[in-house]
Design a protein around this ligand. Sequence first.
Ligand SMILES: [Zn+2]
Ligand SMILES: [Zn+2]
Length: 454
Amino acid sequence: MYRIYGLQLLLEDTWKRIRFPDILRVFWLTRMTAQAVILVYVVRVVRSESGLQLGWDLFWDLTSNLIISGCDSMLTVLGMSAVISSLAHYLGLSILAFIGSTEEEDKRLGFVAPVLFFILALQTGLSGLDPEERLIRLSRNMCLLLTAILHFIHGMTDPVLMSLSASHVSSVRRHVPVLLVSLVLFALPVLLSYVLWHHYVLNTWLFAVTAFCVELCLKVLVSLTVYALFMIDGFYNVLWEKLDDYVYYVRSTGNIVEFVFGVIMFGNGAYTMMFESGSKIRACMMCLHAYFNIYLQARNGWKTFINRRTAVKKINSLPEVKGTRLREIEDVCAICYQEFAASARITPCHHYFHALCLRKWLYIQDTCPMCHQRVYIEDDGHEHSAFSNNNGYVAPGQERAEFEEEEGGAAGGAEPENELLEDNDSIEYDEEWGTQPGVTLVEEEYINDDTDSN
Ligand SMILES: [Zn+2]
Ligand SMILES: [Zn+2]
């Protein structure tokens, strides 16, 4: 909802309509050009008088002087943000074109980057610092901004990677650019943190940059692993029942790590506030960080975890058909229309499905996809009204008896799943994560899962 009616959009829209960025950009660029012309002129005069050599040192001095004066007041900082906005905008557009994405949401880099830059400038009091210190602070902010932009770019490439691998696109030309960008996204943070650690001693800033870099590398690894899993799945062309689980494990591991980093960054921010600079803006940013990166992530992760857990529980309470009896059925799964390779689950209404297919369905709905009866009956499940199979086939008597027996057992026990699940691997995480008292709540909470979308 907030995407449609949100304050963010209103601000963005108004900002665009008054063409404020354009004015700022023109102002900043003309000011810079004027200063550059004056500086070059002065240098020339001095050179003709004292025979000063033109070299890289001089060039560097001039540029840093220009940059320092380019952010000496709030207005010039705004101008600089506007210039960064257009740079980021075109960078974003070219990357989107390169990886072949058409996502509208992703065109916002031109908005996100300058806002971040400006907030960082406010937070560190950039324009009020001494010239020397200002340059250092600015380059530090730029490093942070760069990592943030890389994170944003990862956000662009991830959906493309997923859609390419999940829809089994075979054209190599579509895959190479995305993989290339992912590779750069992995290599750049490694390089950046290596260089920074080589030149600076540890402080809160270096810590933050490194944490961002490590987090990005991990996110890229998670994306690539999921991508590889889907590619393998597409390559072998048989239903891989465990795929969903593996994807879920990889993604949730990534999300837990991300959450941990969120908490670490919060700690880092708190430390900075207490011992370095405790501005009001920093406090606001910390609150936003706590809400979006910690609270919301934890809540979403927890919701997905619970959904998944209940779905698995429901599936595992249903009787399973295996081996020769499975071949007797001679039927296909009514969800994916593929044959049962290893096992099938029978609903109380006697419809057969792959456990995996049914589970995905149960994330969304509680009823049988064929006849809309409730799939999971908690108290007594003996009221089976429909006897038909997916295509009218009636189950053999033996099987029916077994179904009754298992259903009865499930209904009688206090922990219905226990006996049925001993041979089933997919419940393992459920047991480990859900009911073991040793597992802390903290660990459980942060599993965010996108596997439903595949
Ligand atoms: Zn199926
Ligand atoms: Zn049914």
